[in-house]
Design a protein around this ligand. Sequence first.
Ligand code: UDP
Length: 246
Amino acid sequence: TRVDAVLHFASAASPPSYLTLPIETLMTGSAGTRNALELAKRYGARFLLASTSEVYGDPHEHPQREDYWGHVNPIGPRSVYDEAKRFAEALTMAYHRTHGVDTGIVRIFNTYGERMRPDDGRVITNFVVQAIEGRPLTVYGDGSQTRSFCYVDDEVRGILALLDSGVHEPVNIGNPDEFTILELTEVVMDVVGVRPGVVFDPLPVDDPVQRCPDITRARELLGWEPTVSLREGIARTLAWIRTTRF
Ligand code: UDP
């Protein structure tokens, strides 16, 4: 058997999913990562870890560069995901240093688009489904928190470029266009062409206040940058969601 690459993308990734699977999420990031690394070691395959902007926690540096160590609550409800991914990064680097495994680490920032589950629970799918159904958009907190959303085609292109490179250090793959959640409600309502308004719900515990990737490293090492704007990506996501049960 020949194995060229092991891409370790296993994990609950949406906050509502990992909050209902806390121990499973920690075990996927720890024991699951070890299993996947052992496989890569056995076959001499390149290993790519799907990591996350969550390793930066609620960041005190903005935008986030890969050499920022992060600001993570180690015992909060969100830690089951953040710390699992931080451990997974540490284990990946240890396999590289100890066993010489050809490893890579992609830090994925909020990604969305076609084939995402409409009821996944993340913000863009929630807002698009709510707008289609004419229900008010559920803003958590006051909507002043920011995120930087990457369309799935851009994200995949960046991940494949990292896979094909020999880069071992973590690389941010995300779109640096940053929006507040309130700004996002306006874009979604414009694209869907409805004005159902918004309702304000409680902010989840430890929800990061701001998040934006510095993608200098991806530009320099991979020649990669995103090309799909938020408006265009939401239009494509809307077209796709309309072909499902909605
Ligand atoms: N959010 C929101 N309404 C929703 C879902 C999420 O206001 O219906 C907010 C959430 O509190 C966070 C941001 O949107 O500040 C992104 O949330 P998501 O769960 O998509 O991803 P996260 O970046 O938190 O992992």
